[in-house]
Design a protein around this ligand. Structure first.
Ligand code: ARG
Length: 234
């Protein structure tokens, strides 16, 4: 692999928001666990670096890489054209779909019902928030109908408390949250499909190339699939 430097010699600093199971969450022993954590650990091991997980608000994940405080942004992070202006993305290693969570007895039956003057909870700075808060002409519901919570768990608490009518969030975390909170369900109607990748500083193309080589190796030898299967139960 080519030459690259990291923020701190010998270490790989990973910016994430660890409230997004099964991609990243805090574990019972006070550490971190999830798909992104395992995958980043593999990559760091192969590159001879020590992985350091830095937990922060999701809205800081990209900017911290952009400003050179962190080496990689790995947070179930969706590739978007807008984000591509701020960071480079590696190849994709997973996919997600935005879904809608509602209380079991909700009158919201399909995605179209979200338009009927409903309040929608989202995670701050995420694609779900960006879609939902967009104008109706662009397929959104307008900023007045969307509440941004700092993370998925707080959005779910607001839904349980009746402060919002629905939560829009990525499908795999949605399943975890619904499993943990009886009385909620995921609507069948799918929303937007997304690709997850690792964000890297635009001035660290050497690291991006090394990560892509690693991702290719770990996809080809089945490691990526193994990690996904470990956390995503069919
Ligand atoms: N995939 C969505 C996005 O990139 C949500 C990611 C949220 N990740 C997190 N670790 N909280 O906007």
């Amino acid at each position: 692999t080519g030459d690259f430097t990291t923020v701190e010699a010998g270490k790989l600093h990973m910016a994430t928001n660890a409230a997004f199971p099964p991609y990243e969450s805090t574990s019972d022993d006070g550490g971190f666990e999830g798909i992104d954590i395992d995958l980043a650990q593999k990559i760091a091991d192969d590159l001879g670096l020590e992985l350091v997980v830095d937990d922060m608000d999701f809205s800081s994940v990209i900017t911290s890489v952009q400003s050179g405080k962190e080496d990689i942004a790995m947070a179930g992070l969706t590739v978007t054209d807008e984000r591509k202006q701020n960071v480079d993305f590696t190849d994709t290693y997973a996919t997600g779909v935005q879904v809608i969570i509602v209380p079991e007895d909700s009158d919201i039956k399909t995605v179209d019902d979200l338009a009927n003057d409903k309040m929608i909870g989202c995670q701050e700075g995420t694609t779900g928030y960006i879609y939902c808060s967009d104008t109706p002409e662009n397929g959104g519901y307008g900023e007045d109908h969307v509440v941004a919570y700092t993370n998925g768990a707080t959005a779910i608490q607001a839904l349980l408390a009746g402060k919002v009518d629905a939560v829009v969030i990525d499908s795999q975390p949605a399943q975890e949250f619904v499993k943990a909170n009886p009385g909620l369900k995921i609507l069948d109607t799918e929303y937007v499909s997304e690709d997850y990748a690792i964000g890297v500083s635009k001035s660290n193309t050497g690291l991006r190339d090394a990560l892509n080589a690693e991702l290719k190796k770990l996809k080809d030898d089945g490691t990526v699939q193994e990690i996904l299967d470990k956390y995503i139960k069919a």
